[in-house]
Design a binder for this molecule. Sequence first.
Ligand code: ATP
Ligand code: MG
Length: 217
Amino acid sequence: MNQSLTLALSKGRIFDETLPLLEAAGITVSDDPEQSRKLILPTSDPVIRVVIVRASDVPTYVQYGAADFGVAGKDVLLEHGGEGLYQPVDLNIAKCRMSVAVSAGFDYASAVRQGARLRVATKYVNVAREHFAAKGVHVDLIKLYGSMELGPLVGLSDAIVDLVSTGSTLRANHLVEVEQIMDISSRLVVNRAALKTKREKLQPIIEAFERAASLKQ
Ligand code: ATP
Ligand code: MG
């Protein structure tokens, strides 16, 4: 049986914060994806390799089995829907929150109270739709792929739904966080078929990740 494993990671915080978890499982990656242009990185374990993909593409690679496992933010998993994915571990990395923010001068509370129809720009249309529907707030959602902070500044939208960690990006753009929707962290996701056929090789890695993640709580 082929027990070689492919792990899908995105560059940046997820790659950086997954490295110590891999090390806890006895796996080291010597290439730095910020330096090299390689998309497939070998590891110290000859049967394990890392593929570097866009953060929002991680669930797709794992769903179709092009990667056996991967690390993806809860934000990305909620938008993807999580079909075909087993999510055994909250890794407690890349922590932030998903929030509603508006221009400093915009009275969000009274707009909501008056039943105004709000224009909301976001990359996270599924989460945003559910959030506002649950509150009974009428919204027109405007799908963006990045730089949501710009939306209210140029009159594209009244509000944004975006990820916030320190709040410094919001402050730098004169935006105010008015509602926290949910806490976000990254999860280990495993292809359902691989979990069965490659259990012998995967299980010890999942357990090592679990132990290392629980120490981070
Ligand atoms: P891309 O840069 O390819 O458009 P991205 O912006 O989603 O994708 P990252 O910025 O690396 O990629 O974010 C990856 C994941 O890290 C997100 O899906 C989210 O779960 C988490 N994340 C995003 N922003 C923050 C933040 N400010 N602090 C902590 N975690 C964050
Ligand atoms: Mg980003």
